[in-house]
Design a protein around this ligand. Structure first.
Ligand SMILES: *Cc1c(COP(=O)(O)O)cnc(C)c1O
Length: 381
């Protein structure tokens, strides 16, 4: 055991603070462990009654008629496009400030992702920028509720109706987030991820939500080799099924999600009140965010220095995301030459601090104290 009292630039580290404060930490309760063991003992491991139960519970919780469980958030997005019949010749408008999966699925079905700039206050897609990129080939708007903050759904629903476009919500960051009291993923086709670091997890996994029974039926076939009945292959699908083990974990996670999200909001309020010298993002009016990430903006040039110093202080941070998607090698090779100013600037400035329901009060206070002290130092204040 190392008995030295850790010091970070004169800030004593509280004794109960773990030497490493991670960005995320999955929580699995005893009932869930038992449920997983029961699946193992049941002999039925592949998609079965627990997947169905998880879907039913998720649909009820998210206030949607149908929920279809799949193997990942990426699969959810891909199947949403496939179910809509989006393909070659079609365009899908999306944000450049997201994980690559959001736009890559569009390429994968042979369509073209078209990037629109984002709102400087929330960093979510800007409805006016989206409207400017609509053409005769546009089929869908693929929104991302970035960091768990809902997009301006009223504006996007209006756009979708006016131009006859499908609305796909990448809600990977936002399960439980509300816009005007209504859960995200219940406005358009909702795509959720249960990757290990997300607000709820099944290790890997995803969910698609919809109010359209025909689309729901198509999605169920697409995830299971296009089968309408055993060995009847109606359409071209693949295997995107969730396992019973994942569903057992998901059911156990769903019990806690509302209280975990409330805890994330309480932690975000502490950051909001106490962080100094950094810019905070705006929350969309009339919405309830779920803070998958707590992301600040630090003047370009200082961000990476601050990040390095926080790392040395045992505080893990993230950059979501460091490169606008159109600048990724894949997109450069495809001839993309966008330069969207708000997104460009955001990629230089964003920094995500640890936030998760297991983060303790003394840990968040240590993070805040360290950020404040380092920012004073870095800006000579
Ligand atoms: C995690 C994530 C995805 C992909 O989900 P997976 O389950 O990892 O496939 C898609 N979009 C965003 C914004 C994400 O954060």
């Amino acid at each position: 055991m190392n008995e030295t009292v850790p010091q970070v630039r004169g800030i004593p580290v509280p004794s109960r603070v773990a030497m490493k404060i991670p960005m995320a930490r999955p929580l699995i309760d005893e009932e869930t462990r038992q449920a997983v063991l029961e699946v193992l003992e049941s002999g039925r491991l592949a998609q079965g009654p627990r997947v169905l139960e998880f879907e039913e519970r998720f649909a009820e919780w998210n206030e949607v008629p149908f929920a279809i469980a799949v193997s990942s958030g990426t699969a959810a997005l891909l199947l949403a496009l496939m179910a809509l019949g989006v393909g070659p010749g079609d365009e899908v408008i999306t944000t450049p400030l997201t994980f690559a999966a959001t736009a890559n699925v569009v390429l994968f079905v042979g369509a073209r992702p078209v990037f629109a700039d984002i709102d400087p206050m929330t960093l979510n897609l800007d409805p006016e920028a989206v409207e400017r990129r609509i053409t005769a080939r546009t089929r869908a708007i693929l929104l991302v509720h970035l960091y768990g903050n809902p997009c301006e759904m009223e504006a996007f629903q209006e756009l979708a109706e006016r131009y006859g476009l499908a609305l796909i919500e990448d809600a990977a960051h936002a399960p439980g987030a509300l816009y005007q009291g209504k859960p995200v993923g219940s406005f358009g086709i909702g795509c959720f991820s249960f990757y290990a670091t997300k607000n709820i997890t099944t290790g890997e996994g995803g969910m698609i939500t919809t109010g359209d029974p025909r689309l729901a039926r198509r999605l169920r076939m697409l995830r299971d080799h296009g089968q309408s009945a055993k060995y009847v292959h109606e359409i071209l699908g693949l295997n995107f099924r969730m396992t019973e083990l994942q569903a057992a974990i998901g059911i156990g996670q769903l019990i806690h999600i509302d209280s975990w999200n409330a805890r994330r909001r309480a932690l975000a309020a502490i950051y909001d009140a106490r962080l100094r010298g950094v810019d905070k993002l705006a929350i969309t009016p009339r919405s309830t965010p779920v803070y998958h990430l707590y992301t600040i903006r630090v003047p370009a040039g200082l961000r990476d220095m601050l990040r390095q110093r926080l790392e040395e202080a045992g505080i893990e941070t993230g950059v979501h995301y460091p490169i606008p998607l159109y600048r990724q090698p894949l997109y450069q090779r495809l001839g993309y030459n966008d330069s969207l100013p708000v997104a460009e600037r955001a990629t230089q400035e964003v920094l995500s601090l640890p936030i998760h329901p297991a983060l303790r009060e003394e840990e968040i206070l240590y993070v805040i104290e360290t950020v404040n002290t380092l920012m004073d130092e870095l800006t000579g204040g």
